[in-house]
Design a protein around this ligand. Structure first.
Ligand code: PEP
Length: 255
């Protein structure tokens, strides 16, 4: 049984004061839902607010993560954050989000290096894959997503692979209000994500890895995704900034 995981990617939103306000508004509900053991709840604020958020939820089962890391352990890399720095504050890290691939030049190779750095620190990576609109319209979704999977998991040992969370995020669905369909996302996850894991490792690994859907998830459409057999939760952007919406999405995972 895979426990669904719902992660809130706050992106570049929320000052420390605003983060305190948002967490206060949803902490009790999220803590109760996480305490059922039926959903893993993760908050991924910007770096500057992680310590505050971690402090606010330390007495709850709510988990905290970062949105990025750099693969080197330390040194002259101005502006970057190492895995050990994140490890002092949280347990998760989002890697290879499409916005990082699009605006900051991240590639399958850099994603792979970041995953290895996260694993070395015992951080749990949430690895994002997904095709863009042109690729989708050209019928390249399977090829693109399985290629990203192969790049991300290159030289990752099977036991480590089993602990990685994958987020299937079609780029055209992120922040657009135009979500994929539940069955459509399930097909990609079953074939391009679990199918590739089965080829790289084995069926047991393919069935162990938790795979989220991400892209315009809202309280209105979330049930359709959570009803799918291969979807184990959601990576949530915009709706994670609205306390009632994020709680509703986490509640839907428990149902
Ligand atoms: C995301 O940031 O990963 C995301 C899916 O954003 P949104 O939910 O706003 O589409």
């Amino acid at each position: 049984m895979r426990i669904p995981i719902v992660a809130g990617n706050w992106k570049m939103n929320k000052t420390i004061a605003e983060a305190r306000e948002l967490v206060s508004a949803m902490k009790n509900d999220l803590a109760q839902l996480a305490a059922t053991g039926k959903v893993t709840v993760v908050l991924c604020p910007p770096f500057t607010a992680i310590e505050q958020v971690a402090g606010l939820v330390h007495d709850t089962p709510i988990k905290v993560g970062a949105q990025n890391l750099f693969w080197e352990p330390k040194g002259a890399f101005t502006g970057e954050i190492a895995s050990a720095m994140i490890g002092e504050l949280g347990e998760y890290v989002i890697i290879g989000h499409s916005e990082r691939r699009q605006y900051f030049g991240e590639t399958d190779e850099s994603v792979n290096k970041k995953i290895k750095a996260a694993l070395a620190q015992r951080l749990q990576p949430i690895v994002c894959v997904g095709e863009n609109l042109a690729q989708n319209e050209a019928g390249q979704t399977q090829t693109v997503v399985s290629g990203q999977m192969r790049g991300a998991f290159k030289d990752i040992a099977r036991d480590d692979a089993r602990g990685i969370v994958v987020a299937y995020e079609p780029v055209w669905a992120i922040g657009t209000g135009k979500a994929a369909s539940g069955p459509g996302a399930n097909v990609v996850i079953a074939s391009a994500i679990r199918g590739t894991l089965a080829e790289l490792y084995d069926d047991a690994t393919a069935q162990t890895v938790r795979v989220q859907y991400g892209g315009s998830v809202s309280p209105k459409n979330v049930a359709e995704f959570f009803a799918q057999p291969d979807i184990d939760g959601a990576l949530v952007g915009g709706a994670s900034l609205v306390a009632g919406d994020f709680v509703a999405i986490c509640r839907a995972a428990v149902k």
